[in-house]
Design a protein around this ligand. Structure first.
Ligand SMILES: CC(C)(COP(=O)(O)OP(=O)(O)OC[C@H]1O[C@@H](n2cnc3c(N)ncnc32)[C@H](O)[C@@H]1OP(=O)(O)O)[C@@H](O)C(=O)NCCC(=O)NCCS
Length: 199
């Protein structure tokens, strides 16, 4: 079993391979631009289900299909240049997309040691199985491989946030800003900023 993962979800990296395999039934792998078309419906469903369930991911509810499509395709340039890595978790015989997470590498000359984790989300009917934990572990592994020494993220302190997840994973709380963003229902919420130094 992979370190930190719950039973049933493991992560592995084959030598020289760019794909992580989880078992049983859950795989976590990067999504490249050519894969966007095939993954579009799954990504749109995942994002809309999470936002409509109250998750603070940068959107207000209701989130239209068109806006969700626009969001995912809008990542194309960053994925192409490698500024951003998008991981997707797939499950079941139809390889349904049940989770995702991103890492964005900082471009400024004085910030190449740091990267931001964002948009970690798991489909409501797949939560509590260690999928977010596995996504976070894979994102962290990729950060280390890329020479990153500082990871950071922010989440909502309101209903839409995931503070417990990051605390449980050993991230350090740095503080928060009142009314930083609106939760999907329009409620202003403080954010919680977390960081992790990679040794
Ligand atoms: C937070 C979230 C990603 C967790 O996904 P998951 O696959 O269920 O998480 P895991 O099974 O790996 O880990 C479960 C742990 O995450 C935490 N967690 C689970 N659901 C959570 C939620 N809704 N809010 C906050 N923390 C949550 C808990 O600490 C839990 O551990 P515990 O059961 O021992 O207390 C998922 O609930 C989700 O997608 N929420 C909506 C999106 C979101 O808020 N994303 C973060 C934006 S920065």
């Amino acid at each position: 079993m992979t370190r930190g993962c719950r039973p049933g979800v493991a992560r592995g990296r084959g030598a020289g391979q760019d794909v992580s395999v989880s078992a049983p039934g859950v795989s976590i792998e990067p999504l490249a631009v050519p894969d966007l078309d095939g993954a579009r419906d799954g990504l749109v469903r995942l994002l809309r289900d999470c936002v409509h369930g109250g998750a603070s991911l940068g959107f207000l509810a209701p989130l239209s299909v068109a806006d969700a499509v626009r969001y995912w395709y809008g990542l194309g340039q960053d994925l192409r240049t490698g500024v951003r890595v998008l991981l997707v978790a797939r499950s079941g015989p139809d390889a349904r997309i049940v989770g995702s997470g991103q890492i964005e590498f900082a471009g400024k000359p004085n910030a190449r040691h740091r990267a931001e984790i964002s948009k970690v989300m798991v489909a409501p009917d797949h939560r509590g199985r260690g999928i977010a934990t596995a996504i976070m572990e894979e994102l962290e592994a990729r950060a280390r491989t890329g020479g990153i020494r500082l990871l950071y993220l922010d989440t909502s302190e309101g209903q839409g946030g995931a503070r417990r997840l990051y605390e449980r994973l050993g991230w350090s709380y740095a503080g928060g800003i009142p009314g930083f963003a609106l939760d999907p229902d329009g409620t202003p919420a403080r954010n919680a900023i977390f960081y992790k130094m990679l040794g």
